[in-house]
Design a protein around this ligand. Structure first.
Ligand code: RP5
Length: 169
């Protein structure tokens, strides 16, 4: 899926999806797909904590004034991105550990989840499951002030339940 084909890739995004590298898009596209299915506006950027530190600082410092409500940050390996992003903004930051080539994402998971006390990052599962659930968690956060979105989330879950067969095909 190309980022330009996502219908909720909006000019008034509520969710910021950032990732450390182009290589993370294969995982993070699943976040974008779920947000699209829930009709939640989002933006997508490649922002690396170590390769583009100034871009990360600018992105996080301007996120709130640009209308973002939640940031979802996917990164792999020594995955500083979610924690560094959270250090620059008071918005909720959800971290998605991307499956890495050498350590299969355990490195990503531990480096995101083990935030020292004082700066919070909500950490999801490694890989696609985490990317999907980050979108659902962000939607739940937004739904606290949006009854319409609560209904969309209930519908999404009901559809998921409906799709579970009683016997394997
Ligand atoms: C991290 O390094 C990125 O988040 C990515 O998961 C990982 C590898 O990046 P590439 O070498 O594929 O650009 O910064």
């Amino acid at each position: 899926m190309s980022s330009s084909s996502l219908s909720a890739f909006s000019s008034f995004p509520q969710i910021g999806i950032i990732m450390g590298s182009q290589s993370d898009w294969a995982t993070m596209q699943h976040t974008a797909q779920v947000l699209t299915s829930l009709d939640i506006g989002f933006e997508i950027r490649i922002v690396s904590a170590h390769r583009t530190p100034d871009r990360l600082r600018d992105y996080a410092l301007t996120a709130e004034e640009r209308g973002l409500k939640v940031i979802i940050a996917g990164a792999g390996g020594a995955a500083h991105l979610p924690g560094m992003c959270a250090a620059w903004t008071h918005l909720p930051v959800l971290g998605v550990p991307v499956k890495s080539r050498i350590l299969s994402g355990v490195d990503s998971l531990l480096s995101i989840v083990q935030m020292p006390a004082g700066i919070a990052v909500g950490t999801l599962a490694i890989g696609e499951a985490g990317a999907v659930n980050a979108a659902l968690m962000a939607a739940s956060i937004l739904s606290l002030s949006s009854p319409g979105l609560t209904e969309k989330l209930k519908t999404w879950r009901a559809q998921q339940t409906h799709n579970v067969g009683e016997t394997p095909s």
